[in-house]
Design a protein around this ligand. Structure first.
Ligand code: PFF
Length: 473
């Protein structure tokens, strides 16, 4: 008996600290469901179509696929691996992995930048998601006479309205996260994800039957490389990180709750494929409706029209909303679409809040409930800046030419997320003990392992590094 050491959780052995355990996901599919819920969000249904619209259609789609496959997927495997190794929040997970590999515990800084990125992302994510909630009602009540542009102005010019919906969305997020892994997040994704799948399939079928499908297909899948420049790469990479929820701890935190017997490689492939599939399906739901609304215009002429309404928020809240106002059953299809967006946003926002909450509660600094209140309150307050950037502060520039909301996006999505991802790749590729990595990956085909190693050591850090540096010029 004496020979056999009692199995202690890794973090107690290493940190000599009694961190509070969060437990693991119950069902076999729960990790995939939760991580897909995190990945699939406003980024897929709203961000991906508008960026594709803005940056050369099929060419952007192609570069985006490459970013997902060559950079996103290898980093996703790494994040889950580090998270699951210790079963703790990203800050402690990085620290434990570093100490176990005899490296400096300063690697935990990667966890910290992730949490800062999360607070910033949640701040504006909640404002836009709140607007989606508001549009469920706006599109249901719309009579068809009122112009979508006027509707959008009415909804965004009043900061009180935006603030109200921002608060409602933040409270929903807070309630789910504070209820815990099993009773909150797990229970919620089991309801939200099937609903999301159903609504999306419905929207795609509707668009296929009633929209300009051929134009949409040739727009999304025939590349126009003349519009590609370094910005396209930056934007596709940022979109890939954002869409897969990488570089800021969400996937690492969810990985921490993954049972040991599950295979990290195959689950990552499932999550990344589902996320990409949803982005494409969202494009196939939105563009046929838009192209049919601008019937008689060519693809390029339609894009000019769409740009006049403003890409970004405009594509959904003005262009698509006009199509809903104009079409038969628009008062029904419109709300269905905005419920879809809100559901997708909620299953993502809970994963943005989770890493910080996991840290404060496992360290026993605050209870889970109080941690969720404190962090969401912080995001809520910062979000007020994004609320105002639609109205009172619309002319206020924070960084360069960017208003408040775009500046948060610039800091967190275009810089902190890729930076976090790059550091995770460097850590796994060059600093973490290979025996620990192999231990966590379990049985894996040696060739697949070598390919992954190559991408995580060289391709991901160099690719992300080049794109980050290119921003400076
Ligand atoms: N992946 C989400 C989306 O595509 O909308 C957004 C997101 C969630 C970003 C979680 C970052 C994150 F950690």
């Amino acid at each position: 008996l004496l020979d056999k050491p009692i199995q202690q959780p890794l973090f107690i052995k290493i940190m000599e600290k009694n961190l509070k355990s969060h437990g693991t996901w119950i069902g076999k599919w729960t990790f995939v469901l939760a991580a897909t819920g995190s990945a699939v969000g406003l980024g897929n249904i709203w961000g991906f179509p508008y960026k594709a619209g803005d940056e050369g259609g099929g060419a952007f789609v192609l570069i985006y696929f490459l970013c997902i496959l060559l950079i996103g997927l290898p980093i996703m495997v790494s994040e889950i691996l580090i998270g699951r190794r210790s079963g703790t929040s990203p800050i402690n997970a990085m620290k434990i992995a570093a100490i176990e590999s005899n490296r400096s515990s300063a690697w935990q800084l990667v966890g910290w930048t992730g949490i800062i990125a999360g607070v910033l992302i949640l701040s504006f994510y909640s404002v836009i998601a709140g607007l989606c909630l508001n549009y469920i009602f706006i599109s249901a009540a719309s009579s068809g006479v009122i112009e979508a542009q006027t509707q959008f102005e009415n909804a965004t010019q009043s900061w009180q309205g935006l603030l109200f919906w921002h608060s409602v969305f933040m409270i929903l997020t807070l309630l789910v996260v504070s209820a815990g892994i099993k009773n909150g997040i797990e229970r919620m994704v089991k309801i939200l994800m099937p609903m999301l799948g159903f609504l999306l399939v419905f929207m795609v079928m509707y668009a296929m039957l009633n929209g300009a499908v051929n134009k949409a297909l040739s727009f999304l899948f025939s590349p126009d490389f003349s519009k590609v420049n370094t910005d396209t790469f930056l934007s596709a990479l940022g979109q890939a990180f954002f869409s897969l929820s990488l570089g800021m701890g969400s996937i690492m935190a969810y990985g921490a709750y993954m049972p040991k017997e599950q295979n990290i490689g195959s689950t990552s492939v499932s999550v990344a494929s589902l996320d990409t599939l949803v982005a494409i399906l969202a494009g196939l739901a939105i563009f046929p409706i838009l192209f049919s609304f601008y019937d008689g215009f060519s693809i390029d002429e339609t894009l000019v029209q769409l740009k006049e309404n403003g890409l970004g928020p405009g594509i959904v809240f003005v262009s698509l909303a006009s199509a809903f106002n104009d079409m038969q059953y628009g008062q029904l299809i419109g709300p269905i679409f905005f419920i879809l967006l809100s559901v997708a946003a909620l299953s993502s926002s809970i994963s943005i809040l989770e890493p910080g909450v996991a840290f404060l509660s496992e360290e026993r600094i605050l209870s889970r409930k109080k941690s969720a209140i404190v962090i969401s309150a912080l995001s809520w307050i910062i979000g007020i800046g994004s609320v105002l950037s639609f109205n009172l502060w619309s002319d206020v520039k924070i960084i360069g030419d960017n208003n408040f909301l775009d500046s948060m996006d610039l800091i967190a999505v275009k810089n902190l997320q890729p930076l976090g991802g790059m550091l995770i790749a460097i850590f796994i590729g060059w600093f973490m003990k290979e025996s620990l990595i192999k231990d966590e990956l379990g049985s894996i085909n040696p060739i697949v392992y070598k390919i992954w190693r190559f991408f995580i050591k060289l391709v991901a850090p160099i690719g992300v590094g080049c794109i980050l540096i290119s921003q400076l010029f």
